[in-house]
Design a protein around this ligand. Structure first.
Ligand code: ADP
Length: 603
């Protein structure tokens, strides 16, 4: 799919419309400075002819002053044009960056799993950067410099048709030859940018996995790959640089020929007394003046070609739709929420329900259905009344986290229905679920901002006393008091010295402050010190007060809180029921686990 012209137009109108005034100023200053470039040589010609004709000193002085004044104004206009161009470029690209970032954040989890953060940064920042000239300069520079070439040639035709003809032919040939040579340089530079993107996503990937790489002794392998990319990069860079140098050399050669043509024409016409010595200088000056706009137009076209590749990628990203079906307008009740799974089927990478992704549903052609064993969750049914707690057990990979993700609608299910508080979650607005479902994972992300923002997720409506009370309830106050600036302390990448248990308590605090009707808790499987464990136990009790809870449990003690137990195996519910009933049934898996005295073989 090529980038359509309508997309260029759409981008320009969307992002330049709010900047109309600046665009107008840019056009005026740019065209003004171009116009003055054509005017100034006329003064020079007049000066030379007047000097040859021994005109009075005063006249010459005035013409010289006029020349200097016009040159100054022209430079002033050029500075203003640069200012407006930069303002437009930054404003337009920043808005586009914002739109792309917002769009990307709203895409489903499957998209984010398939694209590395480095790649997305390159899309949202690198590609948009390449577009800044397109927004601020491209049209105006091409039109403006095109006008300058036409203006110069028109004056030349006006002065003498032979001069006009000679230099028009030169301009045409120069533009044609340069455009052709330029095409040669495009492919090497494109390869160069590709390898550059590959290199940065490689670096991002390995920096994020630094600890594992060191721990597993993979440094040698990583360095080998690093050198291999660099070696490829260098060769491509040499090729690209060489074509650019070739282009530069040809440009210089061509323009020297232009000067020679102008001088030869001038000498010929002067010899025949067709023009004055001032006009000979004028011809030479205009011939040199032609070089700049021709070079500029070529440059703009080159930049445009580079921008076209970026535009294509931006368009691809913007047209990527979330695989999640748009939600409805349903509203969830407040208070504890009931949870109901009704014949739920789900597989990663499978198509959605009701043909939204051209997928498979009951009644669709059965030959297009994926084999049932590929589904991560299969025919799952459960009903948890409001305020009750479900203990979720199963080996690693059995689908426990997947079940939790489905409750937050990070993915859409393929068949069946999930209801919260009696409402089908597919009918809820997409932004609504996180307010009603609190999810505490083992992997607690701490952001590089203040403690307050880390707890409230930038919700300014939560007052400090509420935050302090919550921290006190969770036993985190001593930790806070140890921080230099209390809630205003910036937490760094090292998590502000939080232990794993404390990080989990911090995640609990987030949930308390959000006050959802359903809490999903992936219990920390690592060993905690007895004091932290005690704090966590207490916190979990409080967290489950007057809320529905689903706990991915790794400890027997946690399971004791559960009203219901669900044991998953390879995505299927192999046991589901009332905890006390299952505990009393000696044949049940749960009772066997209790007898064995540990859940860890499952976790
Ligand atoms: P558990 O939480 O019980 O350890 P998960 O729900 O994480 O299990 O995983 C269930 C299955 O789904 C596993 O086979 C796992 O490989 C697969 N899986 C988990 N996440 C993804 C994903 N993002 N994309 C594809 N498959 C996944």
């Amino acid at each position: 799919m090529g980038t359509s012209r309508s997309f260029y137009r759409q981008l320009l109108t969307t992002y330049l419309r709010p900047l109309q005034r600046q665009v107008l100023w840019l056009a005026l200053t740019l065209l003004g400075s171009i116009g003055l470039q054509v005017l100034n040589p006329q003064l020079l010609r007049y000066f030379i002819d007047a000097a040859v004709a021994a005109a009075p000193q005063r006249v010459l002085g005035l013409v010289a002053l006029g020349f200097v004044a016009i040159a100054l104004v022209r430079h002033g206009l050029a500075i203003a044009a640069t200012y407006f161009g930069e303002t437009i470029a930054w404003s337009a690209t920043n808005t586009l960056r914002l739109d792309l970032a917002r769009h990307t954040l709203n895409l489903d989890l499957a998209f984010h799993k398939a694209h590395t953060p480095g790649e997305l940064i390159e899309r949202v920042d690198g590609d948009v950067d390449a577009l800044s000239r397109f927004f601020s300069q491209f049209v105006l520079q091409v039109v403006g410099n095109g006008l300058l070439v036409v203006g110069v040639l028109a004056v030349l035709w006006w002065e003498d048709w032979r001069a006009g003809l000679g230099l028009s032919l030169f301009a045409l040939v120069a533009l044609g030859v340069l455009a052709r040579l330029q095409a040669l340089a495009v492919a090497p530079w494109r390869t160069y940018r590709q390898i550059s993107a590959e290199f940065y996503s490689f670096v991002a990937e390995y920096l994020s996995g630094l600890e594992d790489i060191r721990a597993n002794g993979a440094v040698g392998y990583v360095m080998h790959r690093f050198y291999r990319i660099l070696r490829r990069w260098l060769a491509v860079f040499h090729r690209a640089r060489f074509t650019s140098t070739l282009l530069w050399g040809s440009t210089v050669g061509l323009f020297t020929m232009g000067n020679a043509i102008a001088l030869a024409l001038g000498a010929y016409l002067w010899n025949r007394n067709a023009i004055t010595i001032g006009t000979v200088y004028l011809l030479f000056y205009y011939a040199t003046l032609l070089q700049d706009p021709i070079e500029r137009i070529r440059e703009e076209l080159e930049q445009f070609q580079q921008a076209a590749a970026s535009l294509q990628r931006v368009q691809d990203l913007l047209s990527h739709r979330s695989q999640l079906r748009p939600g409805g307008q349903a509203v969830l009740p407040t208070g504890p929420l009931s949870v109901k799974f009704d014949g739920v089927w789900f597989g990663y990478g499978e198509k959605g329900v009701d043909g939204w992704m051209g997928g498979w549903v009951d009644g669709s052609d059965s030959s297009t259905r994926p084999p049932i064993h590929s589904s991560t969750l299969q025919n799952l049914t459960l009903h948890l009344p409001p305020g009750q707690v479900l203990g979720l057990l199963g080996r690693t990979g059995s689908g426990k986290s997947t079940l939790a993700r489905l409750l937050l609608r990070l993915y859409d299910i393929q068949r069946g229905e999930i209801r919260l508080g009696g409402v089908d979650i597919a009918q809820l607005p997409q932004a609504a679920l996180p307010h009603h479902v609190g999810f505490v994972t083992q992997d607690v992300q701490i952001f590089q901002t203040t403690v307050r923002n880390n707890l409230t997720f930038f919700n300014a409506h939560i007052a400090d006393p509420t935050i302090l009370q919550t921290l006190d309830d969770l036993g985190l106050l001593p930790w806070l008091e140890g921080l230099p600036q209390g809630l205003d302390t910036e937490l760094g990448a090292d998590s502000g010295g939080l232990s794993a248990g404390q990080a989990q308590l911090l995640a609990f605090a987030r949930v308390f402050l959000k006050n959802p009707g359903l809490v999903v808790l992936d219990e920390a499987s690592s060993r905690l010190d007895p004091l932290t464990e005690q704090l966590i136990e207490r916190a979990v009790d409080r967290l489950l007060e007057n809320r529905t809870g689903i706990i991915i449990a790794h400890r027997l003690k946690t399971v004791e809180r559960a009203d219901q137990i669900l044991i998953l195996e390879k995505g299927q519910a192999v046991e589901y029921g009332d905890r006390s009933a299952l505990a009393q049934d000696p044949q049940s898996r749960f009772a066997r686990l209790l007898r064995a005295g540990a859940l860890l073989p499952l976790g």
